[in-house]
Design a protein around this ligand. Structure first.
Ligand code: GLA
Length: 334
């Protein structure tokens, strides 16, 4: 048996998911693959880490994504023990969410019920990440890894958990800055709690509600105001971007990506000088570009045409660079 779970990039709607907002990611053709068989004891070998993970191991490091997921999933579903090998073509720590792909792959391998609801699986995997990896992430990564569709972007309303697909057949370029983000190492969780505080001051349940009510942000002081301004403008951009895609206006879409990066850098403050430099360089060679995922390092994502590929490769010599396509979410086969 085998299960395949792709990585993802996020093209718009950054740091919106844990505020109940909209996101526009897609799965990409880089994947984690687990070949396995049913077994008496749980044992997976990771080709990347050149190590085994077994039931009795401590839940820490990369093993926490596997054992944490197993723990949460088995509280809600009948599971089986499996023995097998994990392979991956998703670069670790570069913003393509190899962790969510690993969680979803493990979940699909061990769940017996093949009709388990994908969004439920995504929620349990997110819970595992909260509890065992210590990252208070939103639902975007896990949901897009399992629910994306080829040749489209995955529009997700993270409050309602409703979604739709927006046609998209562009080439996705990812430039790895080479600086790894350490998500659990505080910055991300700090932003999550900052946003919660902001919503509280505004008297709303979350920033999504504040955006819907178009609340005045005047009552917030400097930093608080900037974070909320990012959220408000990013929500507007996702809405505009889906319209732009539907009318095949890639220039508009690229412009919105550039604006998103500016806001992530100046208002949400999750970029770095190197990421800003790479974004400027990449956006000049394609429709538009922005950091993808949490930030604080990781990758820049852009949208380009076939004829841009060579000049982008030349410009980013020395950097890891990937040309990708949107692809289907995770799947299982006997
Ligand atoms: C990480 C998290 C996601 C999301 C992004 C930022 O990838 O796992 O839930 O919050 O950062 O948009």
């Amino acid at each position: 048996m085998r299960v395949i779970a792709p990585g993802r990039v996020n093209l718009l709607g950054e740091h919106t998911d844990y505020n109940g907002g909209f996101v526009l990611p897609c799965a990409v053709n880089r994947e984690i693959r687990i070949n396995f068989e049913e077994s008496k004891e749980f044992e997976l070998y990771s080709e990347i880490y050149k190590d085994y993970v077994k039931q009795e191991d401590k839940i820490e490091g990369w093993k926490s994504y596997i054992l944490g997921t197993k723990k949460e999933i088995s509280k809600h579903y009948k599971t089986r023990e499996v023995k097998g090998k994990i392979r991956s073509t998703i670069p670790v720590g570069s913003g393509m969410s190899s962790s969510a792909a690993l969680e979803i792959a493990v979940a699909l391998a061990i769940i017996k019920n093949r009709r388990a609801k994908p969004m439920n699986i995504a929620k349990l995997c997110r819970r595992a990440e909260h509890r065992y990896a210590g990252v208070k992430c939103g639902i975007m990564d896990q949901a897009s890894v399992i629910l994306s569709k080829k040749n489209s972007l995955f529009f997700l309303d993270c409050r309602e958990l409703s979604y739709s697909y927006v046609p998209f057949d562009g080439i996705i370029v990812v430039v790895d800055s080479g600086t790894k983000h350490e998500l659990s190492a505080s910055y991300y969780n700090r932003r999550v709690s900052e946003c919660k505080r902001r919503a509280k001051i505004l008297g709303t349940k979350n920033l999504r509600e504040a955006w819907e009510k178009r609340l005045e942000l005047g009552s917030l002081d400097g930093e608080l105001k900037k974070r909320a301004e990012h959220f408000f403008s990013e929500m507007d951009r996702v809405v505009e971007a889906t319209d732009a895609l539907r009318s095949e206006d890639m220039h508009k879409f690229g412009e919105l990506m550039n604006l998103s990066h500016l806001s992530l850098s100046q208002k949400f403050e999750v970029s770095t000088p190197l990421m800003d430099k790479l974004q400027r360089k990449l956006s000049a060679l394609c429709y538009g570009a922005k950091l993808t995922g949490a930030g604080f390092g990781g990758s820049i994502v852009g949208i380009c045409e076939e004829e841009d590929i060579e000049k982008i490769k030349e410009a980013f010599e020395g950097f890891q660079i990937y040309f990708l396509r949107s692809t289907d979410g995770a799947w299982f086969s006997n």
